[in-house]
Design a protein around this ligand. Structure first.
Ligand SMILES: O=C(O)CCC(=O)C(=O)O
Length: 198
């Protein structure tokens, strides 16, 4: 369903099957408290902007997740496979949240590229709260198991991109699980991977 054309906000029902969601949820992943990059030196800090547990896939990416990464890259027609950052698994416990923020990274100098698109796959929906909300457009996406959310902010007009503020609303009961992918406008190398925190 297209919620907005420009900047694009679109969902795709049943992007993953129930069995695929289950397979990801049953992976034995090492999770850590989410951090964010802060300040002009991109220092990783625990932040009151978000509370969640995350796992960023690196060289140990299980085949199930690699398959999904490849599908995301094909689906979004990224010009090169490494324009897609490796996936991030996010677990929001009851009370966890991601306050309004933008996903663009300010680090073109550090990474040689910036993010242009976000692709979120909701892995379950047996919880309350946890909507993805775009306050500037009053668009609220209610997670559905297997559904993907794609939104863009790689337009030439930076003011337009800045309107793509969004939040992961507080989970008020149960646990929410998602996979998040970011597309960049250039290669994201193994060296870059070591420098990101999420
Ligand atoms: O959890 C959500 O619904 C949103 C996640 C998010 O904002 C992000 O990963 O940038």
């Amino acid at each position: 369903m297209i919620y907005l054309d420009v900047p694009l906000i679109q969902t795709h029902d049943d992007w993953l099957s129930a069995a695929e969601c289950q397979r990801i949820l049953s992976l034995d992943l090492r999770l850590s408290e989410a951090r964010v990059l802060y300040g002009s030196h991109d220092v990783p800090v625990k932040s009151n902007v978000r509370r969640a547990l995350t796992h960023r896939f690196h060289s140990d990416t299980p085949k199930e997740v690699l398959d999904i990464e490849n599908r995301v890259a094909e689906f979004l027609r990224v010009p090169q496979r490494d324009f897609l950052e490796p996936g991030i698994f996010i677990k929001y416990r009851t009370g966890d949240f991601f306050k309004p923020h933008v996903d663009q990274s300010s680090s073109r100098e550090k990474f040689g590229s910036v993010r242009t698109d976000t692709f979120i796959v909701y892995l379950n929906d047996d919880f309350e709260g946890g909507e993805t909300f775009f306050p500037n457009y009053s668009i609220s996406i209610k997670p559905k198991s297997g559904m993907a959310l794609h939104f863009k902010y790689g337009y030439p007009d930076q003011r337009l991109n800045q309107t793509m503020i969004h939040s992961g609303n507080k989970v008020t009961a149960g646990i929410k699980y998602i996979l998040t992918f970011f597309v960049r406008d250039g290669s994201f190398t193994k060296e870059h991977r070591k420098q990101v925190f999420y």
